[in-house]
Design a binder for this molecule. Structure first.
Ligand SMILES: CC(C)(COP(=O)(O)OP(=O)(O)OC[C@H]1O[C@@H](n2cnc3c(N)ncnc32)[C@H](O)[C@@H]1OP(=O)(O)O)[C@@H](O)C(=O)NCCC(=O)NCCS
Length: 203
């Protein structure tokens, strides 16, 4: 995986929660404006919930840090409760001043590299009117998800659900970049350009 500029993939820890929440709120303001709803979850989520997500055993919260350690972008990957071959990607955020430079695409690639072993499918959703988000996801191989049990709308925002099947080699190839997750080996120094560095705890 190639990251833009000198960005480094990191796993976020509880002590990063305040920084993450600040980035999340800044990034999601434009979505709130687009849907005329200042109460969307990413803007109302309390700090304790961000900490809980980071500390949750089935969630990988990861980010991209730039020069000086600035948190440039972040996202969460949550294992499905009923099917551990499925992971849900959410809360994709890129700092407002850095959007449109490839960091969002890098987050999508990073999600695949931090997905726990055994994950075969990543699902995500976005507002049905968020055309730029949908373009980005489709360009990265996401396709419309079959109609299912996911909520079609929340807080007045109608969602489009997308899914990407991961190739079998991605998880099974011993030569693939290391991934995080239960029982996974940490990245070796030789992999540090593509593997996540530790921002704290094991996910
Ligand atoms: C959605 C989001 C994460 C995308 O991040 P991003 O960094 O802007 O994404 P990218 O830069 O990879 O791609 C966005 C656009 O920039 C273009 N781009 C990518 N690299 C580029 C580069 N080096 N130079 C110029 N343009 C570039 C992409 O082609 C894409 O163009 P498009 O809009 O015509 O499709 C970001 O906009 C964001 O935080 N939005 C607010 C929160 C949100 O809506 N999150 C998603 C909820 S589901």
């Amino acid at each position: 995986m190639t990251l833009p500029g000198s960005a480094v993939l990191v796993l976020l820890a509880a002590e990063d929660a305040g920084e993450l929440l600040t980035l999340q709120r800044a990034a999601f303001v434009t979505e709130a404006q687009a849907y005329s709803n200042p109460h969307i979850n990413p803007l109302t989520e309390p700090l304790a919930a961000v900490v809980a997500a980071i500390e949750g055993p089935a969630v990988v919260v990861f980010g991209l840090r730039g020069p000086g350690g600035r948190l440039l972008a972040a996202a969460r990957l949550r294992l499905d409760e009923a099917d551990d071959t499925v992971a849900h990607l959410g809360r994709l955020v890129v700092a407002p001043d850095l959007q449109g430079r490839g960091l969002g695409g890098a987050l999508l690639s990073a999600a695949e590299s931090v997905a726990p072993d055994g994950v075969r499918e990543i699902r995500l959703f976005t507002g049905a009117r968020s055309a730029a988000n949908l373009r980005l996801y489709r360009r990265h191989g996401y396709v419309d998800a079959p109609a299912g049990t996911e909520p079609a709308a929340l807080d007045g925002v109608v969602f489009t659900h997308l899914v990407k099947a991961l190739g079998p080699g991605l998880c099974d190839d011993a030569a693939a970049p290391s991934r995080v997750g239960p029982g996974a080996a940490p990245a070796t120094p030789a992999q540090s350009q593509v593997g996540p560095t530790r921002g704290g705890k094991e996910p």
